[in-house]
Design a protein. Sequence first.
Length: 636
Amino acid sequence: MDRIRTGIAGFGKMGSIHADALKTSDRFSLEAAFDVTPARQEVARSQYGLRVYDDLNAFLADPRIELVLVATPSNSHASIAAQAMRAGKHVIVEKPMALTVAEADEMIEVSRQTGKMLSAYQNRRWDSDFLAARSVVDSGRIGKIQMAKIVWWTYLSAMANWSVQEFRPQWRTERRFGGGLLYDWGAHYLDQALLLIPGRVCDVYGSLAGLKWSTVAKSSAAQKYVVCNGDEGDPGAFMDRMLLESFPFRVLEGAAIAALAIGAEEGVLYVRAEYPHAVERASQAIRAMEERGLLGEDCAGSGRAFRLRLVRGAGAFVCGEETALIAALEGRRGTPTLRPPYPAERGLWGRPTCVNNVETYSLVPWILNHGPDAFAAIGTEHSKGTKVFALAGSVRRGGLIEVPMGTTIRQIVEEIGGGVPEDRRFKAVQIGGPSGGCVPASLADTPVDYEELQKVGAIMGSGGMVVLDDTNCMVDVARFFLRFTQRESCGQCTSCRIGTLRMLEVLDRLCTGTAKPADLDTLEQLAAHVAAGSLCGLGTTAPNPVVTSLRHFREEYEAHLRGECPARRCTELIRYHVDRTCVGCTLCAQACPTGAIQPAPHQRHVVLDDLCVRCDACRTVCPEQAVVRLSPRRGS
């Protein structure tokens, strides 16, 4: 097997660590090093036997180098990476979190122009550089280098401050250094990484099912598993429920195909117990397929067994995360675990496990029947096929919709959903469930695919899509979703458990008029800490509604600092007032549960603010629309 000829740019402490690891690898051939410091040059030359360059251009001109690992000081990362790609080298960059927006954009653009792989890694999952890169995160550009946490682990090797027992013993090489670990097993995937479309990043929100399947299929383990994730816990989301209730055979057939493809004989369909009809119909479908020989000891006449059982989830939102789901299936507390190893390598009962969601499995039979080209013809260049969304909120026609990838937000809201109600103004869309982002109406022409949504700070997530109009307070919306994720946190990570609580307290102060100007800065800092220090997707994405609403609707947050709610939704910041159009019908007084409005037939009524509980009953029943909400609360 040809080894990948590698050169290291920057031979400081990390350069030496990389050299130690790569010299033991049967996948890499460490050829040369570049550094301008004589002492480091001597280390590279005497201890590692490398060709040493003190001139960058000469280093990059070396025809024997295919891959350049950039480990120089972070302020020179972007320029060296760009020069290396222009010189025809593939590039891996250390510590991309320290990059500025402009530097990240420069590297990505050069990668696209040259067709060379641009990859990156972070030597620790929680790195202080994350805070320094807040501008990159806030701009949404961090999505382009999300491989900082993924690609080095998956495609090259795994470096992290974790204990040995966290990793599989079957990984071919293991070397301990400086409290960290490097495993060469992941180098198997570097060849695939070299073939990636430049600029394409498959992160935790858009991972390829085929990569999972091929990983499990290549495993030599005697026992493998297929798991269908039907733990749909997002508020307002019911895509999986519909599929399991209406098309259970499609889902089960997809799971059976996956089992035959990867060599699994056991499977689990994990469904929320709150979906009784889905549980009942999926159970009936399993029995029917077993009776017809489509499941069981001779699956569809293949001569191979595939036994599928249904397990009811206990309702924890975090169990939608694949490692937490596996923990729940094993009878343990449903908390996420560190990755790697990924479930495709060590999952249920320590065996290779293919975990996909209900929607993914439901598409498999169609793709096999019509061919992959037919599926790839739908959607955009990088996001293929269709996506099911639960359209809800301030829209005339809500419900489940299925649209081709690339359909714009405006098309979904206005053409499919019929737009917002009459006399209301389309304000924003919350996409991706409680961990998604708020996209303002000004960006409604954004196509719905993985890359474009990341650019505006949103994610595809579960497929929830909540339409908001001018009566929705963005601060209150952010508080609603953060309250959900804070309550559903498993509590394992301090950053998530405590950080989201502190963020929620700030939002509560904003919505009650007791916040201070410094609270907005505190909110941004907490959001960065929570995202950087959380283990699973729940914690890393929990700040999204706050970060995106603060970015696009900062004026509303500033209004709350003044004690005003522009949408007149936050109850502590509003008061009810009866204007001159009141005809004295007394309906408002009859509806008031606290006696805040005294009946005065044929006279203009008055709301006693001290007694008012802001239940909105008076405004709802008024036939003349004479009851209005005003903000700030105190005033004439």
